[in-house]
Design a protein around this ligand. Structure first.
Ligand SMILES: *Cc1c(COP(=O)(O)O)cnc(C)c1O
Length: 453
């Protein structure tokens, strides 16, 4: 019998997170204060984040120990399985070997609890009573609600209005863990009220929801803010994915030639790719690393690498990243988790240094690939994960054309069980491809902050 899956025991859960900043050939550009244009200090970030997370955000230590209490909670669902996609390989008639790491076994169905748990832990350690956040498709809100309930912290989630209406089950999930979920833009914040005054029917965006969550955290001493992607410490927490994969690929007797991940804010991609990238930077084998994004929100492939705000109301610091402009509102395609105007600074920096290759695909092509995967492997991916699936399938097809038996590893970052409306729309022929929103992006980019010169 041919081996299909690779499991790790509890003792194999990594004891430390891997920090790519330690191995970069060129340091990450500093985060700037939006008022002064000077690099931010830990004190500047104090109103939003607990000290341990600020330290991780700025750290250049290679290994950062995972607290024992966090490891114990991660063990509720980790280590996650790694599968060989043998039936997909046959369906594609490819000499390539395709492996996937499956993060959909977590309690919320994606990789997001990997960072929600440590973020809630460090907030509890700092005496924080309440956490605010934003959520797009609802994955992050669900994950943080779960983590906050583990640690007895109140959780307030601003959910992008279009998703709030599309995905009532996500809200019910959050409320099951006693979180409060508000459709954004809302009348509960000055940022939300300002948006609604201009456009009462505004369907919301991640940038707007971030403004609301940040505003509430900045104004209350016992409240901090958590972000589900983009920031260095979030990417750091996701590196358990790649570290486990390394052990599992070794069990399989393989080492990947190509790694594929989807990129919204960049965290699940970094999670699987950075441990391999770091090994390559330290002189080991460097795989090709492919980042896949939607053509309708093409941050890495069409954005500018420039300083920009993380939110619409310009309350956040300035970070250097690939951006489509902080006022850009992506079209309402179904991969809610990939609808963000920016990209993690670390992922942007890695792309700029040539360590990763960005690509983009249109919506219909990603769903077709996701269904081909489901019909071969039996797992229906999240619409976001379909971007990684199509990227891996195209690599396997290339291998077939070139007659190469390469090893491909991709991150199946979540299942699609909360996204059945998207699949219903696809089956009913209601999904369509969006044109690249050239004019909107040009307009949003024209408003980049002055520090870019
Ligand atoms: C949130 C989410 C994403 C996008 O976020 P990243 O930080 O880019 O990983 C992708 N896939 C799933 C399943 C998500 O929930």
């Amino acid at each position: 019998m041919e081996t299909k899956k690779y499991f790790l025991d509890d003792a194999s859960l990594p004891e430390a997170w891997y920090n790519l900043a330690a191995d970069l050939p060129e340091a990450l550009p500093p985060v700037l204060h939006p008022g002064t244009g000077e690099p931010v200090t830990p004190e500047d970030l104090g109103p939003l984040f607990p000290p341990a997370l600020i330290e991780q955000e700025m750290s250049t230590e290679r290994w950062i120990p995972i607290p024992e209490e966090v490891r114990e909670l991660l063990l509720q669902w980790r280590c996650t399985p790694l599968y060989r996609a043998r039936r997909l390989e046959k369906a594609l008639d490819t000499p390539a070997k395709i492996y996937y790491k499956y993060e959909g076994v977590s309690p919320s169905g994606s990789h997001k609890p990997n960072t929600a748990v440590p973020q809630a832990y460090y907030n509890r350690e700092a005496g924080i009573r309440k956490i605010t956040t934003e959520t797009g498709a609802g994955q992050w809100g669900s994950s943080l609600a779960l983590a906050c309930s583990f640690f007895g912290i109140e959780c307030l989630v601003y959910m992008v209005k279009v998703s709030f209406n599309q995905k009532p089950y996500r809200r019910a999930f959050m409320e099951s863990f006693e979180a409060k979920c508000i459709a954004s833009p809302s009348t509960t914040t000055a940022a939300g009220r300002a948006i609604l005054e201009k456009d009462p029917d505004c369907s919301g965006s991640l940038g707007m929801a971030i403004s609301e969550a940040v505003e509430v955290a900045a104004q209350n001493d016992d409240t901090c803010y958590c972000l589900g992607s983009v920031l260095n410490h979030v990417l750091l927490h996701q590196t358990v994915i790649g570290q486990e994969s390394m052990q599992q690929m070794e069990m399989a007797g393989e080492d990947p030639d190509v790694i594929v991940g989807c990129t919204g804010g960049g965290s699940n991609f970094a999670g699987i790719a950075f441990p391999y990238m770091g090994r390559g930077l330290r002189g080991g084998k460097m795989p090709r690393i492919v980042a896949v994004e939607p053509s309708a929100c093409p941050t890495l492939t069409k954005g500018r690498h420039a300083y920009d705000y993380g939110d619409t109301a310009h309350l956040t610091p300035l970070v250097k990243m690939h951006t489509l402009g902080s006022t850009f509102v992506p079209p309402g395609f179904h991969s809610g988790g990939l609808r963000y105007h920016g990209m993690a600074p670390l992922v942007s920096h890695a792309v700029k240094l040539g360590l990763a290759e960005p690509t983009s695909y249109n919506q219909l092509e990603t769903f077709a690939a996701g269904l081909q995967f489901a019909q071969s492997e039996g797992i229906l991916p999240a619409p976001e994960a379909n971007h990684a699936v199509v990227g891996a399938i195209r690599e396997a097809e290339r291998c077939r054309e070139e007659g190469k038996a390469e090893t491909i590893l991709f991150n199946l970052c979540g299942h699609g069980h909360f996204d059945m409306q998207a699949y219903m729309d696809y089956h009913d022929g209601k999904l369509r491809d969006y044109d690249y929103p050239e004019e909107e992006i040009a307009m949003a980019l024209a408003g980049l902050p002055g520090v870019n010169g």
